[in-house]
Ligand binder design. Structure first.
Ligand code: FES
Length: 357
């Protein structure tokens, strides 16, 4: 990216004006845009000025700005942004733009620039002594498949060699520009070494004829089927293929064999929740044997394991066991060994089994 500045004041013309033909063209170009949008014509007008003068001068920029009612700086921004605008005088007969992007560079663009250095000027953007030729290196010009290439004004010259570019420059200098395009016998962008496919025209025609015949036969068969002339069995292609027994077409559904509800009930296992005696049995793996769980009053005298507030002032722990030992015939549930309620013990415990359990 280079800084683009206007040419030195010494080469700037004092004024600029479109020719009569170009002025008429400029009026038409401006009229293409809707009212209030005339400034959109700035790019084509700048390009037209360059085609007339060969480059874009400061006077041309200001004249076009006046024509479009634009500040000078706005037109200057456009002219200095786009590299298509030449801001310095170029060769009057040819300005050679050499593509220096990778595809062209690997195909010999460096040698082409050497030709320009030797035949035009050592540095780009400088004209030769007579002012008829100049050159510059540019980025890709979109003809990479025909690399290396150059562009002179609006024409491209492709598939170049150093020798051919030298001849082209001489031809422009002589005022006889050569025909643009590939500079070899290559057909536009076709393979440089000749066609690699579709080379036998007879084979292509035979193939096409065979394809048309097959298509015709297929069309006739379809038409005959549509009119019922042939009986085509239904296709099995969309039928699912599976070994699962439930998809066996031999199995009819619903089954004609009905199960007996009474026989099913007899074979069923009763749910434990419906049998209180069974449900209340401890697991043999826990007790060693199927054993009925204890319920009701605490028979082991382990009141010390219960929360104190449940004893309502009764001695707990060792004291409670000592008392129980001294009164061995009375259980902590207020019953004697025969299971009869003990009035004294029942009074201490409140006389309720529920409180002791
Ligand atoms: S790289 Fe040269 S034309 Fe694209």
């Amino acid at each position: 990216m280079s800084v683009r500045r206007l040419a030195e004041p010494t080469v700037q013309p004092a004024s600029f004006a479109f020719s009569a033909e170009n002025a008429a063209w400029a009026d038409l170009a401006i009229a293409k845009y809707p009212e209030g949008r005339q400034q959109s014509a700035v790019i084509p007008l700048l390009m037209r000025a360059q085609e007339q003068e060969g480059w874009v001068s400061k006077a041309a920029i200001e004249t076009i700005a006046d024509m479009l009612g634009m500040p000078y700086i706005r037109v200057l921004e456009v002219a200095t942004f786009y590299t298509q605008y030449q801001l310095k005088p170029v060769g009057t007969k040819a300005h050679v733009q050499v593509c220096g992007t990778t595809p062209c560079m690997v195909r010999g663009a460096g040698e082409l620039m050497d030709v320009c250095r030797s035949k035009i000027h050592h540095d780009q953007f400088h004209t030769n002594e007579s002012g008829t030729l100049s050159w510059e290196e540019v980025e890709c010009l979109g003809a990479c498949v025909n690399a290396p290439m150059v562009m002179v004004f609006k024409d491209t010259y492709e598939d170049l060699t150093s020798e051919r570019l030298a001849e082209i420059i001489d031809a422009f200098e002589a005022g006889t520009p050569p025909q643009p395009g590939p500079q070899t016998d290559r057909f536009y962008s076709a393979p440089a070494s000749g066609f690699t496919s579709l080379t036998d025209e007879q084979a292509i025609q035979d193939n096409a004829r065979e394809w048309r015949e097959k298509r015709k036969q297929a069309w006739s068969a379809d038409a005959a089927t549509a009119t019922g002339e042939t009986a085509t069995p239904p296709s099995q292609a969309a039928r699912p293929k599976t070994d699962a027994p439930e998809t066996n077409p031999a199995i009819k559904s619903p089954s004609p064999e009905k199960a007996s509800p009474a026989a099913e009930s007899a074979e069923s296992v009763k749910a434990p929740v419906g049998n209180a005696a069974e449900a209340n049995k401890a697991e043999p793996s826990v007790e060693g044997e199927a054993k009925q769980r204890q319920s009701g009053a605490d028979k082991d005298g382990d009141q010390g394991l219960k929360a104190p507030e449940l004893h309502k002032g009764e001695p707990v722990g060792a004291d409670a066991k000592g008392e129980a030992a001294s009164d061995a015939s009375v259980t902590s549930a207020g019953k004697d060994q025969a299971g009869n309620p003990d009035a004294d013990a029942a009074g201490k415990s409140g006389g309720k089994d529920g409180e002791a359990s």
